[in-house]
Structure formats: C-alpha cells, structure tokens
Design a protein around this ligand. Structure first.
Ligand code: PEP
Ligand code: MN
Length: 371
C-alpha cells in the first residue's frame, strides 16, 4: 500500500471526512461556495487523495465522501473565479457540480445516500430505527440502573440521561455532573446500552466525550458555535437538537459547523418548537422528518417527550414518527415519574415505555425496518 492509500483508508472510517484541518479563515472573507468534485467510478486511491490535496491547496476544505456508487470530494470555501477550472483539470475527475444549498457537507446534493451512524449498541439510519430511552436527569445509581434495565428489557438500543442539565431556573437541579457520567458508564457496562448525554459547555467536552457514546447538544445550545466546533473535533457521535425557535436552515447550518470540523457522525433531533399554542409544552412538527430527509443525508431523531411535554401524548407521537420514517426516537422514561427531579410530567413509566416500544416496532416492521 502506498502512503496515500493508507491515508485514504484511515480517512474513510467515517462517511464524510476532512483531509486536513486548515483554512477556516477563508470562510470569513468572500462569499462561500461549495463544489462537488465527482470522481470517475474507476478513480484510484492516489487520484482521490491527490484531488483532495489539490482542493486544499486552492484554499478550500476537502471532505471526501465515499458513497455506494461514487466517491466525491466536497470542496467548500471562498468563492473564486478560477477554482472550477483548476479542479476540473485534476486526474480522475468526472465532473464538477455546484452545491446550491447554504449548508454544504450536510447537504444531500453531496451525498444522496442516507448516513448510518453506529455508536455502540445504537444504530441510527438506513433500515434501523434506534430507540433511546431513559430519564431526563441522572439522579442516583439506583434510579438510573432501574431505568437502564427497563430500556434494555423493552428492546431499546440507547440510554439517555442528563448529567449536566440546562435548567430554565438556576435554582433547579443542575445534574450530578461527573458523578452522573460515571453512573451512566456503569449502566452501559451492565446493559450494553449506548450512552447519550448532554454536553453543556465547551470546557466539558473532553470530559463528557470520555464517557458518552453520543454527545447531545441541547436545544438551548444549537447556536453555540464554539461548542459545535468543539464537539466537531471529537471522535464521538453527536445528536444535535433543534433550537426551539430555529429555522430548518439554521438547524442544518448548525450541523454544518460540526461537520466542518471533520466529525460527520451527526444526527438531527426535532424536539419541538415554540409557537402560540399552549396545550403542549412545544409544538412538534413531524413534517420536519420528511423535509429534512429531502435536504440532508443525516439521520433524523424525534423527541416526542420535550415535543409535547405530556406523558399521555408521547406514545402516539412516537408511533407516528416511526411511521413517517424517523431514524430514531429519544423518549424520557423514569422508574417513578412522580418522583423525578426534572421533566417527570412528560416521562413514561417503564410499562408505558415497553408498550410504546412494542407499538413502534409493529409500525417499523410494517415499513420494512428493524427496531
Ligand atoms: C433534555 O433532553 O432533557 C433536554 C434538556 O432537551 P432539550 O435541549 O431539547 O430541551
Ligand atoms: Mn428533559
């Protein structure tokens, strides 16, 4: 194997990867453009890596995306007159296409095939529907273990639980922090469930990433760009929650911040938006699934717990989300919701969780998916 083949092998571990970490400064100067360098089907590893280096030498970022039918290189950066010609001249290049969407690497224009993310026991995307269950907050070893066993028994594939909690009031329970992370890791040890937990601040990213399988970026932090960059620099999968008043373009551009740092393992979570309506905590637009699937290759998660704010509304929204093609659900479940330190009113009991899981699986199977 040549050096460039070895490099290429390493880069292909995730479906979308950056070749080098350079030239972010170019993004701020002129207008940004994105181009798709479509490689010929017989392009060699050398040609692909040489093209990626050529892209970077033109002051653009190169993201190699290996699809099932073709390899493309997304070239993103400052708009210049001569870039297209300079790229088209490369060996092994079939064609150069513009990326029209404001988000580039997240766009389906670059990668038409859906991205499948595997994080421990959790598989999200493709034919697999992930089920992430667990309490809003980690409150104690006993509470979390009970919840984890119930998720496992119901056939769930991921365990949620906040150790760092973004609370509306500074006087509310703020989470168990590192102690909570240790409890989550113990629960993974016993049940095998992948841990999904929130990281609130840039300075905590390394700590949380050392325990988590999936880093959750909460709705309040969707536009915390330094935090998005920080998780983009980890090897951890990321679940990005939609801001309560963010538009779809803002949501996708937030994902782009993470991917732009080289982390392609991003799932998007619709968790409801703020509207005039008050019978639910937020308004959960399930059309987001269909809309996002038309625009991005990233998998879509639905959170019917925060999306509705009432436990009795959660099961039907979960079933509906699976029916319209959501790639995963994240559902709050507490062994004793009435005792929960946060979000008890929207948490299912273990029995309700099991029942919801069974109903969702029936629908998933009916549309040719596994759950
Ligand atoms: C949560 O998952 O408990 C949470 C705080 O969610 P969101 O960021 O969507 O409000
Ligand atoms: Mn919650």
């Amino acid at each position: 194997m040549t050096i460039s083949e070895i490099l290429l092998e390493a880069e292909f571990k995730t479906p979308v990867v950056r070749v080098q970490k350079t030239v972010t400064k170019h993004l701020n100067k002129g207008s940004v453009e994105g181009m798709i360098v479509v490689m010929k089907s017989g392009a060699t590893a050398e040609e692909i890596s040489a093209m990626a280096l050529r892209v970077e030498s033109l002051g653009l970022k190169a993201h190699i995306i290996k699809g099932t039918e073709r390899t493309v290189i997304a070239a993103v950066g400052e708009k210049r007159e001569t870039t297209k010609e300079a790229l088209a001249a490369g060996a092994g290049v079939a064609e150069i296409l513009p990326i029209l969407a404001p988000y580039k690497v997240a766009s389906k224009e670059v990668k038409p095939e859906p991205t499948i993310i595997t994080a421990g026991s959790l598989v999200v995307g493709g034919n697999a529907v992930g089920m992430i269950g667990g309490p809003c907050s980690v409150e104690s070893e006993e509470q979390l273990m009970e919840a984890a066993r119930a998720v496992k028994a119901a056939g769930g594939t991921g365990l949620r639980g906040g150790a760092f909690k973004p609370r509306t009031s500074p006087y509310s329970f703020q989470g168990m922090k590192e102690e909570g992370l240790k409890i989550l890791a113990n629960a993974r040890e016993e049940t095998g469930l992948a841990v999904v937990t929130e990281v609130l601040a840039t300075e905590d990213v390394d700590l949380v990433a050392s325990y988590a399988d999936v880093l959750q970026i909460g709705a309040r932090n969707m536009q915390n760009y330094r935090l998005l960059e920080a998780v983009g620099n980890t090897e951890c999968a990321v679940m990005l929650k939609r801001g309560a008043s963010a538009t779809m373009d803002e949501f996708l551009l937030a994902a782009e911040y993470i991917m732009n740092e080289g982390n392609a393992r991003v799932m998007l979570c619709e968790r409801g938006i703020r509207t005039f309506e008050s019978h639910t905590r937020f308004t959960l637009p399930l059309a987001s699934v269909t809309y996002l699937k038309d625009k991005t290759h990233l998998p879509i998660v639905i959170d019917p717990s925060h999306g509705t704010g009432h436990a009795y509304l959660v099961p039907d929204m979960a079933v509906a989300a699976v029916a319209i093609g959501a790639d995963a659900l994240i559902i709050e479940m507490h062994p004793r919701p009435e005792e929960a330190m946060s979000d008890g009113y929207q948490s299912l009991t273990p029995e309700q969780f099991q029942d919801t899981m069974d109903r969702c699986r029936t629908i998933a199977n009916a549309i040719g998916k596994q759950m």
